[in-house]
Design a protein around this ligand. Structure first.
Ligand code: NDP
Length: 268
């Protein structure tokens, strides 16, 4: 049977095996998909051993940037992002690295949540691997402005420079921005520790601003609780992004894009 896996550390809470099993059943594909824990000091060994027979892998925290440097070629999305979340072993044995996080995010916002990004003022909070992966597709969606803010301002500035030729992007520190925006996307890992980035509450225009946390959990995340307390119009979590980025990986590997709504409902 064709073998696929998600590799990360930690990995035990990953929903990817469940998602891909549902995709496989829905599309009638015969494949096996499992979660693999890689030692922090030997991601390359785990990847090499699996891909000796496996056809593809997803990569999660904290190996996406390492994965970028271990593949033979990149898709345009992965090339600019500097991070890889999907690898395909090609028929000649070489490895193709893709980044489907951004496509997944944009599809979740625009299709699942019916919020067109064109003309919006967007604040992207965070400048780590997740933020890098979503900037190109966000700019391609035609926002009025995309401002990257980060606790360490230099990293936000680095990203604004890297993507400057693709659209209206700027960088700032948390305390520099006070004007309300249309959409705030939390791409920090702060919610993992139950905290909220120290951004101004004035960024939320009550009843108008939509808040999106890339993290997801059974209960609302710390960021989404904060957003609701300040009367955000809507608070969305990252489960839809997870399912949509998985569907893009499935498409790359199997040539068919699964229908995601049913899978999202099953997971919820
Ligand atoms: P990284 O470790 O690469 O980056 C972490 C980022 O969070 C940095 O910008 C860091 O700022 C910031 N940060 C961490 N703690 C705080 C804090 N207390 N206050 C303010 N900023 C903070 O992580 P990733 O980019 O890989 O992941 C970020 C989040 O996105 C995770 O929660 C992950 O689960 C989620 N994610 C969800 C996906 C999905 O499909 N739903 C896909 C990918 C990621 P600094 O630079 O100053 O350290």
């Amino acid at each position: 049977m064709d073998q696929y896996a998600v590799i990360g550390n930690p990995i035990e809470h990953s929903k990817s095996p469940q998602i891909h099993a549902l995709f496989a059943r829905q599309t009638g594909q015969d494949l096996e998909y499992r979660a693999l824990l890689a030692p922090l000091d030997d991601f390359a060994g785990t990847l090499r051993d699996f891909l000796a027979t496996g056809l593809g892998v997803n990569i999660t925290v904290p190996f996406k940037e390492q994965a970028w440097s271990l593949v033979d070629q990149h898709t345009p999305a992965a090339e600019r992002a500097g991070a890889v979340n999907t690898i395909q072993r090609l028929p000649d044995g070489t490895l193709l690295g893709d980044n489907t996080d951004g496509k997944g995010l944009v599809r979740d916002i625009e299709v699942n949540n019916q919020l067109p990004l064109k003309g919006l003022r967007i604040l992207l909070v965070g400048a780590g691997g997740a933020a890098r992966g979503v900037i190109q597709p966000l700019l391609a969606a035609g926002p009025e402005q995309l401002c990257v803010v980060n606790r360490t301002v230099s990293k936000a500035e680095e990203l604004a420079t890297l993507f400057a030729d693709l659209g209206p992007i700027s960088a700032a520190g948390f305390e520099w921005i006070e004007e309300p925006v249309d959409l705030i996307i939390n791409a920090t890992s702060a919610s993992l520790g139950g905290s909220v980035p120290a951004i101004s509450t004035h960024l939320i225009k009550p009843g108008h601003t939509v808040c999106y946390d890339m993290m997801y959990a059974k209960a609302p995340t710390a960021f989404n609780r904060w957003a609701a307390e300040h009367d955000a119009a809507r608070c969305i979590d990252g489960l839809g992004m997870l399912v949509e980025q998985a569907a893009e990986a499935f498409l790359l590997w199997r040539g068919v894009r699964p229908e995601t709504q049913a899978v999202l409902e099953a997971l919820r």
